[in-house]
Design a protein around this ligand. Structure first.
Ligand SMILES: Cc1cc2nc3c(=O)[nH]c(=O)nc-3n(C[C@H](O)[C@H](O)[C@H](O)COP(=O)(O)OP(=O)(O)OC[C@H]3O[C@@H](n4cnc5c(N)ncnc54)[C@H](O)[C@@H]3O)c2cc1C
Length: 468
C-alpha cells in the first residue's frame, strides 16, 4: 500500500482529516482537483463573511451617529472584492502549510475509484490505501426552471466575481445563503432586493422565533420577502430579467405573478459531488447521490468513509471538520460517533442568528416535556453599550431535570454565544449549572444565565410580572 489513508477532497472535511490522521501517525495523502480549502474557503464561508464585514459598518452607520461618531462610508467594490480574495488566498496558503508541516502528501488531480483500495488520479497515476475518506463536498443544485441559464442568473458562486452592484436583485431561496446575500447586496447599494422562499417562513430549518426575527430585520433593511412562492420561469425583459412566480401551495396555487429584476441569485440547495467517483462499481451505497454513512462516518464498504457535505447530514463547514476527524480516528481504531445535535446552525445576518439542538417543536416531537426561557437582549447592559439591543436568547430545557436540550439566539455575536450551549448540550448541562456559571459583567454572555433563570420566570434583569 502507498498510504494508510487517502482522502478525496481538500475542503474542510478533507484537509482537517488529513492533519488529524497525520497526528495519529498515519501515512496520509489528500487528493484535490481544484483549490485547497474547498467551497468554504474559496466560495463559501470565508468570502461571504469578508463581504459581510464590509456590509457591517454600512448597516450600522446610524448607530455610530447616535453614539457621537459621524462617519460617511463610500463603498469601493473593487477593493472589497480584492481584499476578500486576499483573505481567501492567505487562508488557502495556511492550509497548505499546515498539511506540509504535518507531512501530508498533497496530490493534485481528480480521483476515481478503481477498486476499494485503489484510486486513479487524472487517468495517469494510481495510489493504493488501506482506508479512503471521500470528502468530495457539494456544488450548487440549480433547479430545472425555464430560462435558468440566462445571463444574469447566477448561483451562489456569482456574488464573488461581481463587477458592479446591481440596481435590483431577486434571490431565490430564503435560507442562510439567501439572507446573507440579501444583506450584502442591500448594504452595497442594490435598491430593490427581493427574497423568494418556497416555504411559509425564512430559515425554515430554524426555530420559528428566529424566522420571525430574520424577517423583521430583512424588512427593516428594506428587503422585500415573498414567502410560500416558487420560481416558475425566467425570461429576458426590457428591464432585465422577468421572474415568474407561483404560490407553492394552498388555494391560490394556480395563480401567477412576475417581477422584473437585473440579477437573479439561485441559492436553493446543493448536490453531492459523487458523479464520476466510481462509487457504484465498488458497492458504496448512496441515496440520490449522497453517500450513506453511519454516525461513525463509515460507508457500506468497510474501509471507505465519507465526511462533510457529500454525506448530506449537515451541510456546514464545522460539521465537516468534526466528521473528517471522527472518520480518520475511527479508521485508526477509535469508536467515535458524530452528534448532529451538537452542531450549531448560524446565519451571519446583521444582527446574526443561531440555533443548536432542539427547538420547542422538535423537543415535543421527541416526546420531551419542556420548559422555555427567553431573555430579551434589550435588558442586556452590554447590548445597550454596543447599541445593539435587538434580539433574544432562548433556551429549551427538559421540565423534570432542567437538562438543556437546545437554544436559539438572535442578536449581536449569536455565532459566538451559541457555542456555550453546544458545549452545554455535549456536557449534559442543566439550567442550574448554567445559573451557577459566573459570566463576566458587562458581557452579552450574561444573557445566557438570564435565559437559564427565565425558564422558571426568574430572569433578574426582566421586569417582575408577578410573584413566583
Ligand atoms: C455561499 C456559501 C456560504 C457558506 N457559509 C458557511 C458558513 O458561514 N459556515 C459554515 O459552516 N458553512 C458554510 N457554508 C457551507 C460550507 O462551505 C460547506 O459545508 C463546506 O465547504 C463543506 O466542506 P467539505 O469538505 O465537505 O466539501 P467542499 O468544501 O465542497 O470541498 C470538497 C473538495 O473536494 C474536491 N473534489 C471533489 N471531487 C473530487 C475528486 N473526484 N477528486 C479530487 N478532489 C475532488 C473539490 O474540488 C473540493 O475542493 C457555505 C456554503 C456556501 C455555498
Amino acid at each position: 500500500m502507498d498510504y494508510d489513508i487517502c482522502i478525496i477532497g481538500g475542503g474542510p472535511a478533507g484537509y482537517l482529516a488529513g492533519i488529524r490522521a497525520a497526528q495519529l501517525g498515519a501515512k496520509t495523502a489528500v487528493i484535490e482537483m481544484d483549490e485547497l480549502g474547498g467551497v468554504c474557503t474559496n466560495r463559501g464561508c470565508i468570502p461571504t463573511k469578508s463581504l459581510l464585514e464590509v456590509a457591517s459598518p454600512i448597516l450600522s452607520s446610524g448607530k455610530w451617529t447616535d453614539m457621537g461618531l459621524d462617519i460617511n462610508y463610500k463603498l469601493n467594490l473593487k477593493s472589497a472584492i480584492s481584499r476578500m480574495n486576499d483573505v481567501v488566498v492567505y487562508i488557502r496558503a495556511g492550509i497548505k502549510a499546515l498539511l506540509d508541516s504535518n507531512k501530508v502528501d498533497i496530490i493534485k488531480g481528480k480521483a476515481q475509484f478503481i477498486d476499494r483500495y485503489t484510486l486513479k488520479i487524472n487517468d495517469k497515476q494510481t495510489v493504493r490505501a488501506r482506508f479512503v475518506l471521500v470528502a468530495s463536498g457539494s456544488t450548487p443544485s440549480i433547479p430545472d426552471i425555464e430560462g435558468i441559464h440566462l445571463d444574469g442568473v447566477l448561483s451562489s458562486d456569482g456574488i464573488f466575481t461581481m463587477q458592479s452592484v446591481p440596481e435590483s436583485a431577486a434571490i431565490i431561496g430564503g435560507g442562510a445563503i439567501g439572507i446573507e446575500y440579501a444583506t450584502i447586496l442591500k448594504s452595497f447599494g442594490t435598491k430593490k432586493v427581493v427574497i423568494v422562499e418556497f416555504m411559509d417562513r425564512l430559515l425554515p430549518f430554524m426555530d420559528p422565533d428566529i424566522s420571525s426575527y430574520a424577517k423583521n430585520i430583512m424588512e427593516g433593511m428594506g428587503i422585500d420577502i415573498i414567502l410560500s412562492h416558487k420560481a416558475t420561469a425566467l425570461s429576458s425583459s426590457a428591464k432585465g430579467i422577468k421572474l415568474g412566480l407561483q404560490p407553492s401551495s394552498g388555494s391560490h396555487a394556480g395563480d401567477t405573478a412576475a417581477l422584473d429584476t437585473d440579477r437573479v441569485f439561485v441559492v436553493t440547495g446543493r448536490k453531492p459531488n459523487t458523479a464520476g467517483l466510481g462509487l457504484d462499481g465498488i458497492g458504496v451505497s448512496t441515496s440520490k447521490g449522497w453517500i450513506d454513512v453511519n454516525m461513525a462516518m463509515r460507508t457500506s464498504v468497510d474501509n471507505i468513509y465519507a465526511a462533510g457535505d457529500v454525506n448530506g447530514i449537515k451541510l456546514l463547514a464545522h460539521a465537516a471538520f468534526h466528521q473528517g476527524m471522527i472518520a480518520v480516528e475511527n479508521m485508526l481504531g477509535a469508536q467515535k460517533l458524530f452528534e448532529p445535535a451538537l452542531v450549531p446552525s448560524v446565519v451571519y445576518s446583521k444582527p446574526p442568528v443561531a440555533m443548536v439542538g432542539m427547538d420547542e417543536k422538535s423537543a415535543q416531537k421527541a416526546g420531551r416535556d419542556v420548559k422555555v426561557g427567553v431573555f430579551d437582549l434589550a435588558n442586556s447592559p452590554m447590548a445597550l453599550v454596543h447599541g445593539e439591543p435587538s434580539g433574544f436568547i432562548k433556551i429549551i430545557a427538559d421540565k423534570k431535570y432542567g437538562l438543556v436540550l437546545g437554544a436559539s439566539i438572535a442578536g449581536e455575536s449569536a455565532y459566538e454565544l451559541i457555542s456555550v450551549f453546544a458545549g452545554g448540550i455535549a456536557g449534559e448541562m442543566t439550567v442550574d449549572e448554567l445559573r451557577r456559571t459566573v459570566f463576566a459583567h458587562p458581557s452579552l454572555s450574561e444573557g445566557i444565565a438570564e435565559s437559564a433563570w427565565a425558564v422558571d420566570g426568574l430572569s433578574q434583569h426582566t421586569m417582575n410580572k408577578g410573584t413566583v
